[in-house]
Design a protein around this ligand. Structure first.
Ligand code: ADP
Ligand code: ZN
Length: 435
């Protein structure tokens, strides 16, 4: 394919058989390295595992869970001497207590290279101006992209999230071409641009957005692309693996390539732990293949997706994950029916009169679960005639019912009236006992 260009051609196009040979070699090195960590030394010694002779044998290794990480806080997973560790990061704590991750200098360099590879894949170049709107600090989104962007040679602006007027001022004056941003924040920023009367073509130079860190639907991506006049690429990562850079969409935007020279992906049935065949949906399990400071074996991410069985037309041999559906603990069970918030989002974003924010409330009333969805109207529609709003509400109710099979109670509210968060969006409020 003539249009595709590769950052590390040899490794990105490595034939599958060779890639698997490399993975097996790296996996055995990782097991060896893991023996240096107090937690794995115990577990692996108990299981009597020191080497695998095929990738299939990975199922002999035990899973590692977030609970294992927490129970062995602070240093139980550290596999190098402290003087070799140079950085500590932590998960954002979306679910439960945060977990910590360590890196050596080499780990950091590998991570930078991966980010550079991702950026180059979506056609970022050293001439680009990169505005990094993810938070810096323990969260991996900010620093992770920062160093990879510098490695690629882009002028990198470490502005972090928030203060939208300042963001826009920087975009205008420094002619920002690439932004890294939470999808929920991208939508809010787009609203402000419109309010301020900014002309996307005349006043700004945006061409690419890297979006990730929270589940979002294809419909939200398209909305961001339209509202900001750019192409938006899905970026998946988690601090336990490194952060961003684990899987990234290529220019074709059809699934996220997992960089298999660094991570070995499996999809399992979250109930039984059984490995599922390619194409079946389940929980993503990842094993680090090159990490020194903190190797992780078969880490259960709790994120739901599937491996796309077909090869990608871009030519890269690293397998693709489908857009993340959510975490298994995002799933709402409403009177016995399983619903993911992104299913609701997908429907809402197809309706032109709807704005960009919504909130889901689940309550128990007379022993029954009730699903309330508060939906912001698009700016300017709020003052419409009552009859039209009633008709709109009915339409939304019907379309949602067709998708999720549960009848929701939709409430239409004015634009920008629902709560927003600085970090990852929280749009689901479960008020039932125990939640
Ligand atoms: P926390 O698990 O506390 O949120 P992290 O900051 O490590 O900590 O976030 C990683 C998690 O964010 C992933 O496990 C996943 O649930 C979510 N995530 C990251 N990127 C994406 C993405 N592109 N799409 C959907 N969810 C994502
Ligand atoms: Zn591809």
């Amino acid at each position: 394919m003539a249009l595709v260009s590769y950052c590390e051609k040899y490794i990105e196009l490595l034939p599958v058989k060779q890639l698997q040979e490399l993975q097996l070699k790296c996996l055995n090195n990782t097991i060896k390295q893991a023996f240096n960590a107090p937690y794995y030394r115990n577990v692996l010694t108990e299981k009597g595992i020191s080497e695998l002779t095929s990738l299939k044998q990975i199922t002999k290794l035990p899973f590692t869970t977030k609970a294992d990480l927490r129970n062995n806080f602070p240093y139980g997973f550290l596999a190098v001497d402290l003087d070799e560790a140079v950085r500590l990061h932590s998960s954002s704590g979306t679910t439960g207590n945060p977990t910590v991750v360590f890196h050596t200098q080499q780990d950091i360099e590998e991570w930078q290279n991966l980010i550079k590879r991702c950026l180059y894949m979506v056609r970022a170049r050293s001439s680009d101006i990169f505005q990094n709107m993810m938070s810096y600090g323990l969260f991996t989104g900010g620093l992770g992209l920062h160093y990879g962007a510098e490695k690629l040679g882009m002028l990198t602006i470490p502005i972090g999230p928030g203060n939208s007027k300042r963001q826009i001022m920087f975009m205008k004056h420094f002619k920002t071409t690439i932004i890294h941003i939470l999808p929920s924040y991208a939508l809010r920023l787009a609203g402000l641009l419109r309010e301020m009367g900014i002309d996307l073509d005349k006043d700004l130079h945006l061409r690419i957005a890297l979006i990730g860190a929270e589940p979002h639907s294809e419909e939200i991506r398209r909305k961001i692309e339209k509202l900001l006049g750019l192409k938006a690429f899905n970026s998946y990562g988690l601090s336990e693996m490194c952060g961003p850079g684990v899987a990234f969409e290529c220019e074709l935007q059809q699934g996220l390539h997992v960089w298999e020279d660094h991570f070995y992906p499996e999809i399992i049935d979250p109930q039984t732990g059984e490995v599922l065949p390619e194409g079946e949906e389940g929980e993503i399990v990842l094993t680090t293949l090159t990490r020194q400071a903190m190797p992780l074996l078969r880490f259960r991410t709790r994120d739901l997706s599937k491996i796309i069985p077909e090869a990608c037309a871009c030519g890269r041999t690293h397998r693709r994950l489908q857009r993340i559906k959510g975490r298994d603990d995002d799933m709402l069970i409403i009177n016995g029916v399983n619903i993911f918030p992104v299913q609701i989002e997908k429907v809402l974003m197809r309706i032109p009169e709807i704005g960009t924010n919504y909130a889901i409330h689940v309550k128990k009333e007379n022993y029954m679960d009730k699903l309330y969805i508060n939906v912001e109207l698009k700016k300017g529609i709020s003052s419409g005639a009552l009859k039209e709003l009633e008709a709109l509400k009915k339409r939304i109710n019907d379309e949602l019912k067709a998708e999720i099979t549960v009848t929701p109670h939709v409430q239409l509210v004015q634009a920008t009236s629902l709560p927003v968060q600085e970090g990852k969006a929280a749009r689901v409020y479960d008020h039932r006992a125990g939640n």
